[in-house]
Design a protein around this ligand. Structure first.
Ligand SMILES: Nc1ncnc2c1ncn2[C@@H]1O[C@H](COP(=O)(O)OP(=O)(O)O)[C@@H](O)[C@H]1O
Ligand SMILES: [Mg+2]
Length: 223
């Protein structure tokens, strides 16, 4: 599903160059749950942005479901982001004025589904993440763990080929963080492909496969 070959990304700041990604090759098969773990500044967000088609590498090849990302237009990349990738972030990124149901329904309405159909589907996806009965709550009226569940439902509702989760437990306490990872594991058991990015080795080891990144270089599996 994901095929990256010899990817590099360098940032130039004045007369210094920072090699944020250094010759990375990385593959993810359909149905896998892979984590990428590394300390702050190791290149995780840079890699996430490229995986998520929010940025392009300077060098190397990236195929996502057979599509050559480096040779896609901005418009094609936007389409891929909307249709193939579900993003989950550290800070949930929910719209504070909308309730849980509306937050999950929004991406469907952007796709042109009717409000009624979008809300029906959103209702089902909130149920899948264990939030039945919380549809009318705004983010402020939900705990951090519940907000992250809403965000996961919002990512899932578009039936993405892959979920990219960047530090999804970063703003949660340990117990809620574990519950969030358990939910991701359950979704993976049902067939969802997931890439999880974290600085926390305990979180990373929950995935079925774990690679580490240090100074922009990927190493082989931990454990
Ligand atoms: N937009 C940018 N401009 C310049 N340097 C950057 C930029 N983004 C990241 N970097 C540098 O690239 C390296 C990797 O950063 P990043 O991918 O954010 O790491 P992580 O997410 O693992 O903390 C760091 O040295 C960081 O300072
Ligand atoms: Mg980061």
């Amino acid at each position: 599903m994901i095929h990256m070959k010899e990817i590099s990304k360098t940032y130039v700041m004045g007369d210094t160059e920072i090699k944020a990604l250094d010759n990375i090759s990385f593959n993810v098969e359909k149905g896998e749950f892979v984590s990428i773990v590394g300390p702050s500044g190791s290149g995780k967000s840079t890699l996430m942005n490229i995986l998520g088609c929010l940025d392009v590498p300077d060098k190397g090849e990236y195929l996502l479901s057979g599509i050559d990302i480096n040779n896609s237009t901005d418009r094609q990349l936007a389409y891929i982001r909307n249709h193939k990738i579900g993003f989950v972030f550290q800070n949930f990124n929910l719209l504070s004025k909308l309730n849980a149901l509306e937050n999950v329904a929004i991406p469907l309405m952007y796709r042109g589904l009717s409000a009624k159909k979008s809300k029906q589907l959103a209702y089902q996806y909130l149920e899948k993440v264990g939030l039945s009965g919380r549809e009318k709550h705004t983010p402020r009226e939900l705990s951090g763990g519940q907000q992250q569940r809403v965000a996961i439902a919002r990512a899932l509702v578009c039936e993405p080929e892959i979920i990219l989760a960047d530090e999804p437990t970063g703003a949660l306490d340990q117990k809620t963080g574990r519950e969030t990872i358990d939910l991701l594991k359950e979704l993976n058991r049902k067939g969802q492909t997931i890439v999880l990015i974290t600085h926390d080795p305990t979180v990373a080891k929950q995935a079925e496969r774990c690679v580490s990144i240090v100074d922009g270089k990927l190493s082989d599996e931990l454990r």
